[in-house]
Design a protein around this ligand. Structure first.
Ligand code: AMP
Ligand code: GLY
Length: 425
């Protein structure tokens, strides 16, 4: 069948790579894509914010499945419009995507359906939020309600930081995403990303990963979209898997059905594994970036078959198989990230660096200029490796990183440190 993938990041390159391998795929198209995706898919210039243009393209090319990578089009209702036009689409409706689009919505669902998460308050005025903080000292967490590209969260460890964050939000720092804020109990523990495919009535666990959110080694410096990841996350023991499914994922799936907005797509639960067990930090309604890259390196089954089962309501008939190996990915970003970066520097020696069959270099912000590959964004490459242990995968990934000739880029040198420490203990 012909498939259209929407997005342009490392996540979408990994999805394109997995989709292109499927025996079910005839032609894969991608909009807007990047230089790496061009090796797997036909790049189409299509305004993905223009739903009618996407529908017209689907009709013209007989597209039988649309896969939406990022959250913004889902929150804006692209999946609803495609389905209304008869185009099968992997990804939730706008109503179900509120799980990512509104932190307050998710907290209210958790409270109503008894899903474990930190205690919270929801505020639409600065005065009320500050009054709540007067009774809830640091450590405490302040979040803009809406989509803020991962920048709307302040983990306030010292007095005064939370108040400053509240003032920023109501001063308009995040625009409409900051019309409301959530103030949340600080949760202590180890973080993990948990994924589950869902067709509205059945949820199937889809692997775990650990991201590295801070830009600097030792988890220091500002938050980013993610500087590297590995899968599986050792903190997610069988017991934690089962509890996450039973206490968080399945109750959320049922809650969304009860609320009249059944969830179809992938749940990405950001978890804190606390002394009490798994607690929900947040939901995303799409694959993680860079978590998707390590999941796709480990997936044995056909991703297209699994996505179709989510669309068709037949996930109760599938199981998901993984390779025994672990996968690890190192993000190479342009100097300056997560702040302003310069675009256009040339990246050399990618083919030789990625020659090892256990290594795959996924592109994020790249652009082709004839035969040359140019940096075209903040996060630029995801150097990914598969091996028996995290230590070995880390070694392979950094060997490939070191073979890439790109002086204007940088990466963290400690991706996987938690798991490596566990392995060497
Ligand atoms: P989010 O964008 O909601 O994933 O938050 C960004 C990061 O802030 C998370 O990955 C956590 O490291 C941290 N964080 C968010 N909420 C909490 C919380 N309630 N307790 C502790 N850390 C948190
Ligand atoms: N890596 C975190 C995210 O995709 O939101």
């Amino acid at each position: 069948m012909n498939i259209l993938l929407i997005g342009s990041g490392g996540r979408e390159h990994a999805l394109a790579w997995a989709i292109a391998k499927s025996p079910l795929t005839k032609t894969l198209f991608c909009a807007p894509g990047n230089a790496g995706i061009a090796a797997e898919a036909e790049i189409v210039s299509l305004d993905v914010n223009d739903a009618q243009a996407v529908i017209n393209f689907c009709n013209l090319q007989a597209i039988k499945l649309v896969v939406v990578g990022p959250e913004a089009p889902l929150v804006a209702g692209l999946a609803d419009k495609l389905r209304a036009a008869g185009v099968k689409t992997f990804g939730p409706s706008a109503a179900a995507a509120r799980l990512e689009g509104s932190k307050g919505f998710t907290k209210d669902i958790c409270a109503k359906y008894n899903i474990p998460t930190g205690a919270y308050g929801r505020f639409s005025s600065e005065a009320d939020a500050l009054a709540y903080l007067a009774d809830h000292p640091a450590p405490i967490v302040v979040k803009a309600d809406g989509l803020a590209a991962g920048k709307g969260v302040t983990v306030a460890m010292k007095d005064g930081e939370a108040e400053a964050a509240v003032k920023d939000i109501f001063a308009g720092k995040f625009g409409a995403a900051g019309a409301e804020c959530v103030i949340e109990e600080y949760l202590d523990g180890e973080e993990a990303s948990f994924f589950a495919l869902c067709d509205g009535k059945t949820a199937v666990a889809f692997g775990t990963a650990q991201d590295h959110k801070r830009v600097g080694e030792g988890d220091t410096g500002p938050n980013t979209g993610g500087m590297g990841a590995y899968s599986p996350a050792p903190v997610m023991t069988d017991e934690m898997w089962r509890r996450t499914m039973d206490e968080i994922i399945i109750p959320t799936m049922k809650a969304m059905e009860t609320e009249g907005c059944p969830f179809q797509g992938v749940f990405f639960a950001g978890l804190m594994i606390t002394a009490k067990g798994p607690q929900l930090i947040e939901y995303n309604v799409r694959f993680g970036d860079p978590e998707c890259q390590v999941l796709m390196m480990r997936l044995k089954d056909d991703i297209v078959m699994l996505m179709l089962a989510a669309c068709d309501g037949t996930l109760d008939k599938v199981s998901v198989r993984w390779r025994d190996e672990v996968a690890l990915t190192v993000v190479m970003a342009a100097q300056g990230y997560p702040g302003d970066v310069e675009k256009g520097s040339e990246i050399r020696n990618l083919d030789a660096a990625g020659a090892d069959p256990a290594v795959h270099i996924f592109h994020a912000g790249t652009k082709a200029d004839g035969d040359r590959i140019l940096a075209n964004g903040g996060r630029v490459l995801n150097v990914t490796a598969r091996a028996a242990t995290v230590s070995e995968a880390q070694g392979l990934a950094y060997k490939a990183v070191d073979a890439i000739d790109w002086p204007q880029g940088f990466c963290r040198r400690d991706i996987g440190w938690r798991a490596v420490a566990r392995e060497t203990k």
